[in-house]
Design a protein around this ligand. Structure first.
Ligand SMILES: Nc1nc2c(ncn2[C@@H]2O[C@H](COP(=O)(O)OP(=O)(O)OP(=O)(O)O)[C@@H](O)[C@H]2O)c(=O)[nH]1
Ligand SMILES: [Mg+2]
Length: 202
């Protein structure tokens, strides 16, 4: 479901994991890849495409009962695709709406167990990212830096980007982690799944 105002948030229930980050960083693409869906979250070349809070319910089957026809999928959590920030051409009214909606959600949502901060590996930890990190630093939630588009970097650049993100995560503490990710190369999906599964279990 999609939500345009805080008043319309679904009742808090299952644990939620939010994907936040600058416009065009690759949030929707990462969600699609992670959930093995082509167009679950709408990805686009136009920055600022995602303007609503989009909630996707996750479900899983008991692995030991894989082939049993009576093995129902059980809801186990929710992924939330957040609208991006840092889109230079965004009109002031749109920025204000972002702050109210995303700021309010991140600030108030009790069931938010973790936040994935999605950043282009070529320019991690920009002003908007740091503002978000500051904003969520009071929460107990997990924080994961997902460095996307690593396919655009050579090996030493990848190493440097990851080192920068690890150093920032270390300042925050053990609840913060970081990894490289590439959608076209399908690299980093398992690592990301592992982090998210850990959050959902805790
Ligand atoms: N090369 C490369 N391109 C990527 C990768 N991930 C996403 N992209 C591209 O980056 C663009 C933006 O991706 P989206 O997933 O729509 O970005 P978003 O963060 O959801 O953007 P907003 O909804 O505007 O906030 C698209 O053209 C994607 O195909 C990646 O790992 N490598
Ligand atoms: Mg998007």
């Amino acid at each position: 479901m999609s939500v345009a105002a805080l008043a319309d948030l679904p009742p808090a229930g299952l644990p939620e994991i939010a994907f936040a980050g600058r416009s065009n960083a690759g949030k929707s693409t990462a969600i699609n890849l992670l959930t093995d869906q082509k167009r679950l979250a709408f990805a686009s070349k136009t920055p600022g495409r995602t303007q609503l809070l989009n909630f996707f319910e996750l479900s899983q089957r008991d692995e030991t009962l894989q082939r049993d026809r009576n093995n129902p999928a059980v809801a186990c959590g929710t992924l939330v695709d957040l609208p991006g920030y840092g889109f230079a051409q965004a009109p002031p009214a749109q920025r204000a709406q972002w702050e109210t909606l995303v700021g309010g959600y991140v600030d108030q949502r009790q069931t938010l167990v973790g936040i994935v901060i999605v950043m282009d590996a070529r320019r991690p930890l920009m002003t908007g990212d740091e503002a978000l990190i500051d904003f969520v630093s009071g929460r107990e939630s997990g924080l994961h830096f997902l460095l996307t588009k690593s396919d655009q970097l050579n090996n030493s650049e990848k190493k440097a980007a990851l080192a920068t993100a690890h150093a920032r995560a270390a300042q925050i503490g053990p609840r913060a982690t970081a990894q490289l990710f590439s959608a076209p190369k399908r690299q980093g999906i398992e690592e990301l799944s592992y982090i998210l599964a850990g959050w959902l279990k805790s």
